[in-house]
Design a protein around this ligand. Structure first.
Ligand SMILES: NC(=O)c1ccc[n+]([C@@H]2O[C@H](COP(=O)([O-])OP(=O)(O)OC[C@H]3O[C@@H](n4cnc5c(N)ncnc54)[C@H](OP(=O)(O)O)[C@@H]3O)[C@@H](O)[C@H]2O)c1
Length: 368
C-alpha cells in the first residue's frame, strides 16, 4: 500500500490555518505599494486562453489582457453569458472611443474530461498559437455537500486540478509552437491545508466524510504538485514555463454556495478582502511580466523543490512544506495522468515534437 501524506499532523494543519488567516488580514499591507494594475507590455499578436472568464478574477484578467491588445479566448462553460459579457465590453470600448477588443468565447466545461478533449482537439486542428494559458476556473462549494463530476470524480479535484492539468497537457503542442509561452495556474494559499491520498488522489466520492475545505485545499495542493513536475520535466529549450499564483482572498462568486444571508455578510467585510480587479493583479503580473520568466528559469536551473509560486503582492514566495515534497509530486503526476487517461508516451512525444497530437487526442477519445 502507498504511503499517504493524507493525514496532516495537527501541528501542520494549525500552522496552515494560521498562514491562511495571516495572509488574509495582511494582504492589503503587502500590496499597498502596488498600482491597481501591473504595467503590461503591448500584447498585440499574443494569444491567451482564460478559463472561467465569466466571473470574478477570470473575468477581470480576460478583460485587462484584451484591453492591453491581446487576442483573448474566454474558455467557459456558459458561452451565452460570455457572449453577453463581450457585448458589454465592446459597448464600453465604443462609448470610450477606443478600439474594439479582440475576444471570443469558446465552450469548455471542466466537469467533463470529454469537453476538455474536444476543446483541445478543436484548438489543435486549427493549428492555433497559444502564448498564455490561464487556468483560472475553479470551484469551492464552501457550504455544499459532495458533488460528483460527469466522470464520476469528486468535483473539486476534477475542476480545480484534473481537468486543467489535462487541458495544459493537450495544449502543450500549441504552447511549444508559440514559445516563449507560459501557463499560469491560479492557486490558493489554502493549499497549506491540503493533503493527498495517492491511492485515488481524493477522487472517490463517499470514501470518507466529505469536507469541502479539505477537498478544495487538496485540489490546490495537487495542482502545485503537478506544476512542479511539469516545470522541472520540460526542457529549458521548450520555452514554456509553469507558474502558480495566489490571487489573494477576493470577493467573488466563489461564495455562491453559502446561505444568502452569509453571502451578503461576506460582501460587507471588504476591508481585508480584495476586489475582483485587485485579485486579477497578481495573475496579470505573472502572465505578462518578463521578469517572471527569468525567475522561473532561475528556479528551474537551481533545481529548487517547487515550481515558481507568487503571492497576491506579486512576489515569489515559498509553497507549503507538503507542496515541496518531490516524491509526492511525482506520485500526484502519475496518478493524474492515469485519471485523465493520458498515455505514458504522450508527454515525451509532444516535447520531442512528434506531429499529429490531434490524432493522439482522437485515440484517447476512442478509448473512452
Ligand atoms: N476568491 C478568492 O478569494 C480566491 C482565493 C484564492 C484562489 N482563488 C481561485 O481563483 C480562481 C477564480 O475564482 P473566483 O474567486 O474568481 O471565483 P468565481 O467568481 O466563482 O469564478 C469561477 C469561474 O470558474 C468557472 N467555472 C466553475 N466551474 C466550472 C466548470 N466546471 N467548467 C468551466 N468553468 C467553470 C465559473 O463559471 P460560471 O460563471 O459558469 O459559474 C466562473 O467563471 C479559482 O481557481 C479559485 O480557486 C480564489
Amino acid at each position: 500500500m502507498e504511503k499517504n501524506i493524507g493525514r496532516l499532523s495537527w501541528g501542520d494543519w494549525i500552522w496552515g490555518l494560521i498562514h491562511v488567516f495571516l495572509d488574509t488580514i495582511t494582504q492589503r499591507v503587502w500590496s499597498c505599494h502596488l498600482q491597481p494594475l501591473p504595467e503590461m507590455p503591448a500584447m498585440a499578436g499574443v494569444t491567451c486562453i482564460v478559463t472561467g472568464a465569466t466571473s470574478g478574477i477570470g473575468l477581470n484578467t480576460a478583460r485587462e489582457l484584451a484591453k492591453a491588445g491581446a487576442h483573448v479566448v474566454l474558455a467557459v462553460r456558459n458561452t451565452k453569458a460570455a457572449n453577453e459579457l463581450i457585448k458589454l465590453w465592446q459597448k464600453d470600448q465604443c462609448a470610450n472611443g477606443v478600439p474594439l477588443l479582440d475576444v471570443e468565447a469558446l465552450e469548455l466545461n471542466l466537469s467533463s474530461l470529454k469537453s476538455v478533449r474536444q476543446f483541445a482537439k478543436d484548438w489543435e486542428l486549427q493549428n492555433r498559437p497559444l502564448h498564455i494559458l490561464i487556468n483560472n476556473a475553479g470551484i469551492f462549494h464552501m457550504a455544499g455537500s459532495e458533488r460528483v463530476s460527469e466522470d464520476r470524480l469528486e468535483e473539486h479535484m476534477q475542476v480545480n486540478h484534473l481537468a486543467p492539468s489535462l487541458l495544459t497537457m493537450l495544449l502543450l503542442p500549441s504552447l511549444l509552437r508559440s514559445g516563449p509561452s507560459r501557463v499560469i495556474n491560479v492557486s490558493s494559499a489554502m493549499h497549506h491545508l491540503g493533503s493527498l491520498d495517492f491511492e485515488d488522489l481524493n477522487t472517490t466520492p463517499g470514501k470518507k466524510g466529505f469536507n469541502s475545505t479539505a477537498a478544495y485545499s487538496s485540489s490546490k495542493l495537487a495542482q502545485l504538485h503537478f506544476s512542479n513536475v511539469l516545470q522541472r520535466t520540460l526542457p529549458e529549450e521548450a520555452n514554456v514555463d509553469i507558474i502558480s499564483v495566489h490571487p489573494g482572498e477576493v470577493i467573488t462568486n466563489v461564495v455562491r454556495t453559502l446561505p444568502k444571508w452569509l453571502q451578503v455578510a461576506y460582501k460587507f467585510i471588504p476591508f481585508f478582502l480584495f476586489t475582483p480587479l485587485e485579485g486579477a493583479r497578481s495573475v496579470l503580473f505573472c502572465a505578462t511580466d518578463p521578469h517572471v520568466l527569468e525567475y522561473a528559469r532561475a528556479i528551474r536551473a537551481s533545481n529548487y523543490p517547487s515550481a515558481p509560486y507568487f503571492s497576491s503582492a506579486c512576489t515569489p514566495v515559498s509553497v507549503a512544506k507538503q507542496a515541496m515534497d518531490l516524491d509526492a509530486a511525482f506520485k500526484t503526476w502519475n496518478k493524474t495522468l492515469e485519471l485523465v487517461g493520458l498515455p505514458d508516451y504522450y508527454f515525451q512525444r509532444v516535447v520531442s515534437g512528434v506531429p499529429g497530437q490531434a490524432e493522439t487526442i482522437e485515440t484517447i477519445d476512442e478509448e473512452d
